[in-house]
Design a protein around this ligand. Structure first.
Ligand SMILES: Nc1nc2c(ncn2[C@@H]2O[C@H](COP(=O)(O)OP(=O)(O)OP(=O)(O)O)[C@@H](O)[C@H]2O)c(=O)[nH]1
Ligand SMILES: [Mg+2]
Length: 406
């Protein structure tokens, strides 16, 4: 069986250990259940990953790097290994891809971290080992709001912290960060953390969002993940509004080795393209059909009408499929992105969020606000423009990357 790049590890060490125990207890002939990815991955990872010495070789090639870069890379490498180990991964099972991804995530959240962690460190130093006061907790609330966690969400988190402080007769300075991390993870985990296409049946993922958020790029990256994971994949080029849109998605199709169903004529009905793509997917026993859509039409009303029509075609033509509607949000737009989401919810019946451009923004805290305020799970995050720069979201990895030095 091929390694499934859509699956993430359980968010906590105990879960990973529990899965390992279950694996030990299970009779050998029992196939790992797809619903328990920690077990599945532990079993399959060895087939597709590289020996650890190969990982180290890659690192050795960086000899000419400047000292600072090298130190940072080494630090990022070690940190990534620790994060994987904390999720129950064996040292010799870890692949270069996973390490590289975590390093990118860590680097991508750098600016958010600067705004949040540096002041937090100062606050904690000030508190020292004694109990934190309610006034100091108010300062923490301000820090969270500044990192775009959102007023409502920050208030909610602080309420729990304050309650704990009062009830426990004082939360000590060094207990605040672990507690805060756990609270943030709880906020982020609102649905089953495993989000993967179901094998052997058709899954349709409709990808929507305002123009420029990264829909087409995300489609390309998802197609790559899907192809790598051994799913039969197809793309529908349903952005027929912009002349160059079909060409752009075809380039991504070529890069990921996935066929694109498109209508070569300009200005065709996107719902008709989706109709054709579903027929092709059903005929070919496709497992994942990714639908790219327009981000802008003559006006917002037209766009919503078009998306409603596309969604209806999917619901009727692929009624037996697993249908997901993913809203792509650009992290750099911060709180503004949240307003966009509300409009799309109605038209496309959203089921999840893809957060792009987390690299280089100081607004990474928006991830927490999105989940909390929209009530939709975060399914994928993008930290760059390249094909490997998108991965399934893991609250554990995200929160650890946000608090690297704490
Ligand atoms: N830095 C960074 N850039 C990204 C990321 N995802 C997408 N982009 C860039 O964002 C720009 C817009 O991406 P597209 O995929 O064309 O966006 P779109 O939503 O399809 O846009 P429309 O089709 O016009 O609605 C491109 O330059 C991408 O390279 C990311 O995670 N990080
Ligand atoms: Mg596009």
């Amino acid at each position: 069986m091929v390694f499934d790049w859509f699956k993430r590890f359980r968010k906590e060490e105990e879960d990973a250990q529990q899965a390992a125990k279950e694996q030990e207890a299970a009779p050998v002939e029992v196939e790992a259940e797809p619903a328990l990815p920690a077990v599945t991955e532990a079993e399959t990872v060895a087939e597709t990953t590289y020996p650890t010495d190969e990982v180290e070789e890659t690192e050795d090639q960086d000899d000419e790097d400047e000292d600072g870069d090298e130190d940072e890379e080494e630090e990022g490498f070690q940190w990534s290994e620790e994060i994987l180990a904390a999720q129950g991964r064996d040292h010799d099972e870890i692949s270069t891809d996973e390490i590289t991804w975590l390093q990118k995530l860590r680097a991508g959240l750098g600016r958010t971290r600067q705004g949040l962690v540096a002041p937090l460190l100062m606050l904690m130093n000030f508190v020292g080992k004694g109990p934190i006061s309610l006034d100091q907790l108010d300062e923490l609330e301000t820090l969270l709001i500044q990192a775009d966690v959102g007023v409502g969400t920050s208030e909610k988190i602080l309420q729990v912290l304050k309650q704990e402080t009062i009830q426990a007769g004082g939360l000590k300075g060094d207990q605040v960060v672990p507690f805060l991390k756990q609270l943030l993870r709880n906020e982020l985990d609102i649905a089953d953390p495993y989000f993967a296409p179901q094998r052997g049946v058709l899954n349709v993922w409709l990808v929507v969002g305002v123009n420029g958020t990264g829909k087409t790029t995300t489609i390309g990256k998802l197609a790559h993940l899907s192809q790598k994971s051994g799913y039969k994949t197809l793309i529908a080029a349903a952005d027929t509004f912009r002349a160059a849109a079909v060409e752009q998605v075809k380039v991504w199709g070529d890069r990921s080795g996935v066929e694109v169903i498109a209508n070569p004529q300009a200005g065709t009905d996107p719902a008709a393209v989706v109709y054709d793509a579903i027929n092709a997917a059903l005929a070919r026993e496709t497992e994942l059909l990714l639908v790219d859509t327009a981000g802008r039409l003559q006006n917002k009303k037209n766009l919503m009408a078009e998306l409603t029509k596309i969604r209806k075609i999917i619901d009727t033509r692929a009624s037996d499929a697993n249908i997901e509607a993913l809203l792509v949000l650009d992290a750099t737009t911060g709180q503004n992105g949240l307003n966009q989401a509300r409009v799309f919810t109605e038209a496309a019946d959203l089921s999840g969020i893809v957060l792009t451009k987390l690299d280089g923004t100081a607004k990474g805290g928006i991830a927490i606000a999105i989940v909390n305020e929209l009530g939709l799970p975060l399914r994928f995050i993008g930290v760059g423009e390249k094909i490997d720069d998108l991965r399934p979201f893991s609250s554990y990895e995200f929160v650890e990357a946000l608090f690297v030095d704490l």
